[in-house]
Design a protein around this ligand. Structure first.
Ligand code: COA
Length: 331
């Protein structure tokens, strides 16, 4: 067992594109209704990036805010770990584009593909880099333009997703200030991949006229099955993060779950034994922003005074892969 905490999450910053797509806007494009979407998902609107707003640009805005909050400049950054399901280009990584935008000359930079729990996977990787002596200051980013892989002719997925970015500074700590990442738990089950995936456009079926005509470069999802798997995996992830941190539900000040669907969030809170007033919810405003979801919720919780120095946080997420993960953090 590694001695903990040896890393802290020092700050968070976000970037949200100003464009808003409401449920009412979607009713003009699809056979759906505001009532159906709100009742089944809790989502009312989501933000959509402009074509000229890249994932790297959104990441840069979020990263600058996080760095400033933590009293750092881009020159202090030893590593950039960027989680995304929507890289700007397939080569090189969006993390390298972000490095160039930031001028983080000292850093190593790479992307990780872990879908919605990507921010938690990146946090776990950052901890590992720090533990291995690869650096002291790691920029962890979750950033998405899911609107570019969403099929706006498919009402079962088009209602769910939005764009945004979040970044956090994860840095070495001696533990003396009481803050720190007390546990992380990361898991996958590749057998569940066909429940939520993009069939075309990758190396197996490269982009072609056929792929575009079949719309197979967009996300496909078996909603009900994903729902069930999400509830089970989020429950396991909550239990494991608390067990590894040696804390009980009664000690958690705020649960910050992946914002996919209010019903999944409620089931997760119930399993974890936390009342909804100890759960951060902003799925109504952003929809599912995948790896940006947790930092967007964390940033809002800080802004609303729900996270203060010393708060004990439980972060939990699930997503395509399937992947799922969690963390207990003393803020
Ligand atoms: N508007 C209106 N009706 C819709 C609709 C929409 N946007 N989408 C689907 N429907 C219809 C279906 O066609 C179906 O109609 P039918 O009974 O005539 O066949 C009916 O609503 C029920 O569909 P179903 O898929 O069973 O609904 P659901 O209660 O499971 O809700 C989701 C659908 C997608 C909201 C829900 O399954 C879900 O949230 N799943 C998890 C998705 C998720 O979080 N993915 C991201 C993972 S990171």
């Amino acid at each position: 067992m590694i001695r903990r905490p040896f890393a802290e999450m020092a700050s968070v910053g976000v970037a949200v594109p100003p464009g808003i797509l409401t449920n009412h806007d979607l009713t003009r494009m699809l056979d759906t209704s505001d009532e159906w979407i709100v009742e089944r998902t809790g989502i009312r609107e989501r933000h959509i990036a402009r074509p000229d707003q890249s994932v790297a640009m959104l990441s840069c805005e979020a990263s600058m805010k996080a760095l400033e909050q933590a009293g750092h400049t881009p020159r202090d950054v030893d590593a950039i770990v960027l989680a995304t399901a929507t890289p700007d280009r397939l080569l090189p990584s969006t993390a390298c584009d972000l490095q160039a935008l930031l001028g983080a000359e000292k850093a190593m930079a790479f992307d990780i593909a872990a879908a919605c729990p990507g921010f938690l996977f990146a946090t776990g990787v950052a901890e590992g880099l720090i533990a291995a002596g690869q650096g002291e200051v790691v920029l962890v980013v979750g950033a998405e333009k899911l609107s570019t892989i969403t099929d706006f002719q498919d009402r079962s997925t088009a209602i769910l997703f939005g764009d945004g970015a979040g970044a956090a500074v994860v840095r070495r700590t001696s533990g003396a200030n009481g803050r720190g990442i007390l546990s992380t738990f990361l898991k996958s089950d590749g057998k569940l991949a066909p429940l939520l995936y993009r069939p075309g456009g990758g190396a197996m079926d490269p982009i072609s006229e056929k792929v575009v005509c079949e719309r197979s470069h967009y996300m496909k999802m078996a909603g009900r099955e994903v729902f069930k798997a999400a509830v089970l995996t989020m429950a396991e992830a909550c239990d494991e993060a608390m067990r590894r941190a040696g804390v009980s539900a009664g000690e958690i000040d705020l649960l910050i779950p992946h914002q996919a669907n209010i019903r999944i969030i409620e089931a997760t809170a119930k399993h974890a034994g936390l009342p909804m007033d100890k759960v951060m919810v902003n799925v109504d405003r952003y929809g599912n922003t995948s790896s940006a979801s947790i930092p967007l919720a964390l940033d809002q919780a800080i802004g609303e005074g729900r996270v203060k120095p010393g708060s004990l946080l439980l972060l939990v997420a699930f997503g395509a892969g399937f992947t799922w993960g969690s963390a207990v953090i003393r803020w």
